[in-house]
Design a protein around this ligand. Structure first.
Ligand code: SF4
Length: 224
């Protein structure tokens, strides 16, 4: 089976399991989503949602972030980790949004990644979620891990992984594909303890197939 065929089968199976995927971060506006994605670096979506639920009641526009003292913003986002850096980036990013884009989040990739604190991954999530646009496959820690375990890549560099996945996955499924691997990563393919026995795609996964073979051999030895 080619990698392209494998990707299509995995998408089909995970689509049946999860339905149409959507971003797990809560937001009401484009700006809120952008801030939530910046906060989600090295932090869980659940934690970010807890933080933004309170924070967005007080500050939820680029203008209001600009006016808020850095220390106050840091206090709001403290529990998401790397809070000083994140607060600094969110403030600088807000300033640029106000000064260059009239307070709106731009949709073009080059404009987004030029904003402080916004990398390619953040831009991909925002563009995909708000406008259904995709210039690539979002590669987070789950996508990176599963892509290697399944056998799509043998690579640690996220940019190289993204380029490979863009060749394997049909363009119209790039956004869904990332969501599905993230959901599957959280559900069964947990880092360092993947539950291959109950994984719906174990027959399509290199690591899963090896694990299942070992389990079968062990059972056979016991019964002999
Ligand atoms: S079969 Fe195992 S390693 Fe492969 S995706 Fe599923 S849980 Fe992860």
């Amino acid at each position: 089976m080619t990698k392209v065929e494998k990707a299509k089968k995995i998408i089909k199976i995970l689509n049946e399991k999860f339905g149409k995927p959507h971003c797990a971060l809560n937001y009401n506006t484009d700006f809120e989503l952008l801030v939530a994605v910046i906060l989600s670096a090295q932090c869980t979506d659940v934690r970010v949602n807890m933080v933004t639920e309170k924070m967005f009641k007080v500050v939820n526009t680029p203008e209001s972030v600009m006016d808020m003292p850095q220390k106050e913003l840091e206090n709001h986002i403290k529990s998401t980790g790397f809070f000083r850096n994140k607060a600094k980036n969110i403030k600088m990013c807000s300033k640029e949004l106000v000064e260059k884009y009239g307070g709106k989040v731009p949709s073009q990739m080059e404009n987004l990644i030029a904003l402080p604190g916004v990398g390619r991954k953040t831009a991909n999530v925002v563009r995909g979620e708000i406008w259904g646009l995709s210039d690539g496959v979002t590669v987070d820690t789950h996508v990176k891990r599963l892509s290697n375990l399944i056998g799509f890549v043998k690579e640690e560099n996220v940019e190289k992984i993204e380029r490979e996945l863009m060749k394997i996955v049909p363009k119209e499924r790039w956004i869904d594909f990332s969501h599905y691997l993230i959901l599957q990563g959280r559900d069964v393919c947990i880092a360092r303890r993947p539950k291959c026995c109950i994984c719906e795609i174990n027959h399509l996964c290199n690591y899963g197939r090896k694990t299942m073979r070992k389990i079968a051999e062990k059972k056979l030895n016991i019964s002999l």
